[in-house]
Ligand binder design. Structure first.
Ligand code: UD2
Ligand code: MN
Length: 347
């Protein structure tokens, strides 16, 4: 009996010891693995509650991180050099009668809707080339053929605008160029404008189609005049003015209908503003003018001397700020923007 009592006591105490031992083991186990276990419990318990949206977002983030690690970053573009390495100097120009617009288009695949931008560097200026035009299709074709590669070699951001005078009224080169300026600025804030006869082809790509601190005359000489400046102050053919210079002189006069005078009028405007015409060296500023006769509808303007006399009085009121016209269509062709416009007729 006594033996039984002591055995029973030991067993009863042992039960408590066992209980104590088990409790301590559980606590020790929790202490050891608590971090990971807790997190994984938390994560797995959270998983069923996450929405499909969160899942896709997480997947996207993972994909984006992987992609960002693998894709090489595009190096930042630098400004184009002052002198393009692509320039060729004096060129022998060709004027093949068999040339077609399709051929010129396929030679200039990098041009889109008349516009081009160099891929390798940031162009120094954005330049709009404005060409006044009526019934000179073959001249336009030759010009596009030579001018597009020429401008691309100069690493310019540029666009070509052809401003077509609609109807049969007397031609007005100057007013068409005002329209070109106003219309081109609706597309882009061009830094520089080149006012360009359709029949003049530059012979040397060192003649840069960039604007200067002063208005620039690009045609020192051409084939028909022995490559000499026609007269002091001559400002016809191809000129380059910044957006601000052209605005400062109030653009061209709108009142010169027919041939002559409008280029001298622009020179007077420039001089009235105390601006100075600059020119590239004569051996560079050379052009070939495709032969042509005087067009019908562009007869000599007999009134031009009288008009030139009143320029200092009227320039502020006659120009960009009074240029009224009706745009009939704007067609974005592969190699140029074709702006057809009704500019009215002489009063
Ligand atoms: C000179 C000037 C020109 C302008 C003109 C007098 C040079 C090299 N050029 O050119 O800038 O001052 O005298 O107005 O000195 N046009 C047409 N269709 C026509 C008529 C003219 O598209 O029916 C355009 C075309 O862009 C042409 C420009 O107007 O190149 C000037 O006319 P032009 O070539 O008949 O006159 P031109 O060579 O005497
Ligand atoms: Mn001409």
């Amino acid at each position: 009996m006594a033996l039984c009592t002591s055995i029973c006591k030991i067993l009863r105490r042992g039960k408590y010891f066992l209980l104590l031992f088990l409790t301590l083991s559980v606590l020790a186990w929790i202490a050891t693995f608590s971090g990971d276990t807790f997190k994984s419990i938390q994560f797995s318990s959270a998983t069923p509650q996450t929405s499909v949206k969160d899942d896709t977002l997480r997947e996207k983030l993972i994909v984006a991180t992987v992609l960002a690690k693998n894709v090489p970053t595009v190096p930042p573009k630098h400004d184009c050099p002052k002198e393009s390495p692509l320039l060729k100097g004096p060129m022998k120009l060709t004027f093949e009668s068999s040339l077609t617009l399709k051929e010129v288009e396929s030679e200039n695949k990098a041009v889109e809707e008349g516009e081009f931008e160099p891929k390798e560097c940031n162009a120094r200026q954005s330049v709009a080339i404005l060409i006044p035009h009526r019934h000179r299709e073959i001249h336009l074709l030759y010009l596009l053929h030579h001018l597009h590669p020429f401008l691309q070699r100069q690493q310019l951001h540029y666009a070509v605008y052809v401003i077509q005078q609609a109807g049969g009224a007397t031609f007005n080169r100057a007013k068409l160029l005002n329209v070109g300026y106003l219309e081109a600025l609706k597309d882009y804030s061009w830094d520089c404008f080149i006012f360009h006869d359709v029949d003049l082809v530059p012979e040397n790509d060192h003649n840069l189609y960039l604007c200067d601190k002063q208005p620039k005359h690009l045609v020192v000489g051409r084939n028909a005049t022995g490559y000499k400046l026609r007269y002091k102050g001559y400002f016809g053919g191809v000129t380059a003015l910044t957006k601000d210079q052209f605005l400062q002189v109030n653009g061209f006069s709108n009142t010169y209908w027919g041939w002559g005078g409008e280029d001298d009028d622009l020179r007077i405007r420039v001089e009235l503003q105390k601006l100075k015409i600059v020119r590239p060296p004569a051996d560079i500023a050379r052009y070939t003018m495709v032969f042509h006769k005087r067009d019908s509808g562009n007869e000599i303007n007999k009134d031009r001397m009288r008009l030139l006399g009143r320029t200092p009085r009227v320039w502020k009121k006659d120009g960009l700020n009074s240029c009224s016209y009706k745009t009939l269509s704007i067609e974005r062709m592969p190699l140029y923007v074709n702006v057809t416009v009704d500019i009215g007729k002489p009063s």
